[in-house]
Design a protein around this ligand. Structure first.
Ligand SMILES: [Zn+2]
Ligand SMILES: [Zn+2]
Length: 427
């Protein structure tokens, strides 16, 4: 019986893989420009890390994690996001004792047990960055700038940056209290989730998607009025630097992010007013997280962007572009001796950087030439007993049909000259 892939998982087939390379290359090049270095953490962590790092009262931890016992009886979880693992690595390797700030990025798969729908998979990919050890508003602005540059380089248009401050442990408790005071009389009209949030995580009442909850949330007090002086100054600093960088933003006091560890700056990049469904990048400051996960007091800020949606945008953009030639040369041999010689000479050409294929299974000359055409190769290299005896190969230009003989000893030279003359890019 045929076994399908698990629900919500998907295959990236070779026709799509080059789009992934391109997106990942864009991320890496941009990160290098801003001085971010790559970190690769395991996809599997102890469950406790996410309980503490993401927060007990979040949808991710309550409903969406792939959690199971390993054979040693320890509870482990496939990472639902990248920040907790990065912070764990930062603490575990005592990176906090090095000169700060430390600027990291990651690219990789994340796992959430959500209901699969268009553009949402249970295994999905994120590009994210984290900066540890700086509380400077200029740092917030730089992280946002990198995110915006990345999305623009990926070809996304009509983006809007939404910005808010979610306060700090000094001013948030008071705001929390005000929210509870406001929402309590409406408790009967709230959805089941929100009734629970009212006591455990009242900030989340502001970003519920339920229509009735939304209507009530519209009249709720906004955090902007409740910020302490330090948070207000920080927020003004971030805006000053964004304006200096020429980055437009829209203040959204309802932007709270789903995670408990965020402090002060919170931001999202959305696709032209589609609402929460259109969020392509989100992040914020998390000054309490390093301490929460057993490290010293160190501020942090980061963002994460889902790559599946960007791949869709790239695909749409590329639909009209002609496919690029991925093959330079296709080897064709007639006879057993020539067949073995072909193996030897193709190896030389590949070592010289030539993208060279060959046919298998002893097909006829005609069938092999047909395969050479189908491969999209520029050249066919033809080798028979006669050519072998004379120490030459026939090189046929598959675009023009012209052909010439090249001494076997000169194949690398021939290739190097052709490549330079043709100016075809080498990967
Ligand atoms: Zn504050
Ligand atoms: Zn609700």
């Amino acid at each position: 019986m045929f076994i399908q892939k698990p629900r919500g998982m998907h295959d990236i087939l070779p026709d799509e893989a080059p789009l992934w390379w391109r997106l990942e290359r864009t991320a890496r090049e941009l990160c290098a420009r801003y001085g971010f270095e790559e970190v690769r953490t395991p996809v599997l962590e102890y469950t406790e890390l996410f309980r503490r790092g993401v927060g007990e009262a979040t949808d991710i931890v309550e409903k969406e994690m792939y959690t199971f016992e390993d054979r040693g009886g320890r509870s482990v979880t496939l990472r639902p996001e990248g920040t907790a693992g990065a912070v764990r690595a930062y603490v575990e390797h005592k990176i906090y004792s090095l000169p700060q700030p430390v600027k990291w990025f990651y690219i990789g798969p994340m796992f959430r047990y959500e209901r699969p729908q268009a553009g949402r998979q249970r295994q999905f990919h994120q590009f994210g960055v984290e900066v540890f050890g700086s509380d400077d508003p200029a740092c917030d602005a730089e992280v946002i700038e990198l995110g915006i540059d990345f999305l623009a380089a990926a070809g996304l248009e009509g983006l809007e940056l939404e910005l808010n401050s979610v306060g700090c442990p000094d001013c948030r408790p008071e705001y929390r209290r005000r929210l509870q005071e406001y929402f309590r009389p409406f408790a009967g009209q709230l959805c089941e989730d929100c009734r629970e949030r009212l006591e455990r995580n009242p900030l989340r009442l502001l970003d519920c998607k339920n229509a009735s909850c939304r209507r009530i949330a519209d009249g709720a007090p906004v955090i902007t009025e409740a910020l302490c002086d330090a948070c207000r100054r920080h927020d003004e600093g971030v805006r000053r630097h964004l304006e200096a960088a020429g980055i437009a933003y829209r203040l959204n006091p309802r932007l709270v992010r789903g995670l408990d560890y965020y402090t002060r700056t919170a931001f999202e990049v959305v696709e032209g007013a589609i609402g929460a469904q259109g969020t392509v990048l989100g992040g914020g400051r998390y000054n309490g997280l390093v301490r929460e996960l057993g490290g010293p007091e160190r501020p942090g800020i980061g963002f994460a962007a889902g790559l599946e949606r960007l791949i869709l945008a790239l695909k749409a953009k590329q639909a009209g572009e002609p496919a690029k030639t991925a093959v330079d040369l296709f080897g064709v041999a007639v006879g057993e001796e020539a067949d073995a010689a072909l193996t030897r000479h193709l190896r030389r050409l590949r070592r010289a950087g030539c993208r060279a294929l060959r046919g298998f299974d002893g097909k006829s000359l005609k069938a092999q030439l047909k395969a050479a055409d189908r491969s999209g190769a520029r050249w066919a290299l033809i080798l028979g007993e006669e050519e072998l005896r004379r120490g030459v190969a026939i090189l046929r230009d598959l675009r023009t049909g012209n052909q010439k003989e090249v001494p076997l000893g000169e194949l690398e030279n021939w290739w190097t000259e052709e490549r330079d003359y043709d100016g075809s890019p080498q990967s």
